[in-house]
Design a binder for this molecule. Sequence first.
Ligand code: NIG
Ligand code: FE
Length: 412
Amino acid sequence: MKLLIKNIAKLIQTEETPRSWVAGKDMDQLPILENAYLLINNDLIEDFGPMSQCPKGDFESIDAIGKFVFPSFCDSHTHIVYAGSREIEYVDKIKGLSYEEIAEKGGGILNSAKLLAQTSEDDLYNQALTRVNEMISFGTGAIEIKSGYGLDVENELKMLRVIKRLKEHVPVIIKSTFLGAHSIPMEYRGRQSEFVDLIINEMLPQVVAGDLADYVDVFCDKGFFTVEDTERILMASMKLGLQGKIHANELDYSGGVQAGVKYNARSVDHLEFIGKEEIASLKGSETMPTILPGAAFFLNMVCSPVREMMNAGLPIALASDYNPGSSPSGNMKFVISLACINYKMTPNEAINATTLNSAYAMGIENEAGSIARGKKANVFITKEIPSIEYIPYAYTSNIMDTIILNGKVINI
Ligand code: NIG
Ligand code: FE
């Protein structure tokens, strides 16, 4: 079955020859075709071009006069399988406690772990499904989801099975990441390396045997996991065929960026603390620096020096970090606004960072992130809007008109 979208005012992020990512100065260039058509064949993009070459035929069609068509956002870093919510800590934060102080009190990630252990797999699935559906309505068409609130063998596997079930049932592309090393359980405090042993010897082999993860992650930061812990986990995972996606340098210059690059991680994420050494190590690597403006906003943290990174020729990806503690939102349009307002990224840069570059950050650059022939037909049509810049500018307006996933219109 073919679907034709015609009279598109602007078709965004078109590619004749697909690229893996865009970097440095090129991030401000966004390929746009005006007065265009997009032809979808089943679940794939078949063709696109100017209206003067629009194919004729008996297609189902959508008229997009005055509207823009985008490739769906790719959200390459989330923790959306969790139980309940943590607004009580949010109030603690308002009253002055820091993220680390809350974690030291047994709050934070450990709080979510306690709740998750008491929640059934079905309930967890349904809670996550509600979040996925909301993200779809915001224009997201691909989501990376991490475990990490299990913190023991049974509950980590439970989380990963929920992600696998989502993969099989939701219309968005899902990638799964095993984040056993998210926090140190109370009973392992003071003997952290034994918890790392448990991750390597007990959890990892079962994760791989059950085909439950595409990537592995470690929270390599002050008060959490060390560079040595991180390298041990990355080494063991590499032997089992799992690539890294590392939480790094959110709380300090943790060495996480260098460790990630050394083990050829797909991405290093957060990056509030980035200096010359981190930039030098990322240069020439295949590791995507990923910024999470929602977490920095919610925790009132310093902003990552993205302009310095782009000036050095690096690419940047943006993701929501949707999680109950530091970023309870999966709205990628708001992430774009935050990137523009707080990080001084241009709208073009932010759009490249939430489509093509974030697709690379989750390993799906060949199937998503741009309008290219043969890629998955995951796109959204905006309402009538005046310009690209209007999108981050109108930072709470809902600009979504029609969501298309796998070539099918989704009711939102
Ligand atoms: O990416 N930094 C580590 N992990 C999450 C927070 C998870 C939580 O607080 O529940 C993050 O911000
Ligand atoms: Fe995270």
